[in-house]
Design a binder for this molecule. Structure first.
Ligand code: ASP
Ligand code: MG
Length: 426
């Protein structure tokens, strides 16, 4: 008999019928002999509705009061689910975050969980009763209600699973798992049976918004096996755990992309110490996040310096560069806000050479030119023109055979040539 934490998101508890369906699923798991703790989000759209109620009264509501307001959404769904469970003959008890002492710091609207007093939950479980806990909320040391940031119910579930040393934390949502890439773009995209925490973090921060990033970090830190599954479709979902041999077989696990990129290049920058700081210092001072940075080798004492930023920050960054052009000593600033980033992610890259050259080969065969490249141990990102996004993602998905289950090794089978040339990730 296992202890399982199940978390149901907003679409899963959107109305009475769906809450009934969730209750049926909880019953089934209970009948299979498991101990269960359930975490729920607010009903779909409810948090947004509450937020706009507050914002209609004041543009900048007091964050403490905002948390009191937002936390009501989850309080409604825990009660409704507990009622639905009792109606099915199960013993259930709803709890707000405060009632089970989910202690957070006092950073209202983005609080972090500091401690959980699991005694009450253990007692409840020992009585054969199913605790139904409100996601997304806690209390600070002074007893004020706090919330954990949008999507925070995932983190509540993982934190409870960690505190209770649950066997698995299951996140039920409206997709049936983590895919090799967005199936709306690549119909052949395949659901991954397993993925590592590291890969999931890369994919999540690169724009695959299946899970709150903080929840994945938390699960990795406390080694909580995390499973993403659909509320509406039966299936095993995707299990996120630490690296194991089954996972190691895949060199590339997934492809993420980001549409909102822009690049800026300073041409003819003097090659003297402090140049990068003179360029990026004012950007950082304006609170603009810089992603990739590329600096070329100087020729004739001058070099070109490029970086990428979020597309929304493009006009302001161009203005900053223009204003600082003389101070930097650059000849010219040019930019392009019609670029995108495509990233391939996989822990197997650590132990395989030639992955980057396979990327370059596949894209060049489609005449897609690469404007910038960045690599980490388990990721290769390229910036390409926006018009090449779909073709680029499809090409790489096919080149690394992501539509096939991962026993087969594309690099070993078909890319001998690129391996002999040697890849930069080697
Ligand atoms: N209800 C909150 C939100 O909409 C928390 C969550 O759903 O995870 O962000
Ligand atoms: Mg969510």
């Amino acid at each position: 008999m296992a202890l399982i934490v199940q978390k149901y998101g907003g679409t899963s508890v959107a109305d009475g019928a769906r809450i009934g369906h969730v209750a049926d699923k909880v019953c089934a798991a209970r009948r299979a002999g498991h101990d269960l703790l359930v975490v729920v989000s607010a009903m779909a759209g409810e948090t947004d509705r509450l937020l706009s109620l507050g914002k209609n009264i004041s543009q900048r509501p007091n964050p403490r009061e905002l948390d009191v307001l937002l936390a009501t959404g989850e309080q409604v769904s825990i009660a409704l689910l507990a009622i639905a469970l009792e109606k099915r003959g199960l013993s259930a008890c709803s709890f707000t975050g405060g009632q089970v002492c989910i202690r957070t710091d006092d950073a209202h609207t983005k609080a972090r969980i500091l401690a959980i007093d699991e005694d009450k939950l253990r007692d409840t479980l020992a009585r054969g009763c199913i605790p139904v806990v409100a996601g997304f909320q806690g209390v600070d040391a002074a007893g004020n209600i706090t919330t954990l940031g949008r999507g925070g119910s995932d983190t509540t579930a993982v934190a409870l699973a960690a505190a209770l040393k649950a066997d698995e934390c299951q996140i039920y949502t409206d997709v049936d798992g983590v895919y090799t890439t967005d199936p709306r773009m690549v119909p052949e995209a395949r659901r991954l049976a397993r993925i590592t925490f590291e890969e999931m973090l890369e994919l999540a921060s690169l724009g695959s918004k299946v899970l709150q990033i903080r929840a994945v970090e938390f699960a990795g830190k406390y080694n909580v096996p995390l499973r993403v599954l659909s509320t509406f479709k039966e299936g095993a979902g995707t299990l996120i755990t630490y690296e194991d041999t089954a996972v190691e077989a895949a060199i590339v696990s997934g492809i993420a992309f980001n549409r909102d990129e822009a690049e800026i290049t300073l041409i003819g920058v003097p090659d003297v110490p402090g140049t990068a700081y003179r360029i990026l210092g004012p950007v950082a001072a304006a609170n603009i996040v810089v992603d990739m940075i590329v600096q070329n080798v100087a020729r004739g004492g001058r070099l070109d310096f490029s970086f990428t930023i979020h597309r929304n920050d493009y006009p302001q960054t161009i203005d900053i560069m223009q204003a600082n052009l003389r101070h930097i000593g650059a000849e010219q600033v040019v930019g392009n806000d019609r670029v995108v980033k495509i990233s391939i992610v996989g822990v197997g890259m650590r132990s395989h050479a030639g992955v980057a050259s396979s990327v370059f080969q596949a894209l060049s065969e489609e005449d897609i030119s690469i404007r910038m490249v960045a690599t980490s141990e388990i990721k290769i990102s390229v910036v390409v023109e926006e018009k090449h996004l779909e073709l680029g993602v499809r090409t790489l998905h096919a080149a690394f055979r992501l539509h096939e289950p991962p026993q087969q090794d594309f690099l070993q089978r078909s890319a001998g040539a690129s391996r002999r040339r040697g890849g930069i990730t080697g």
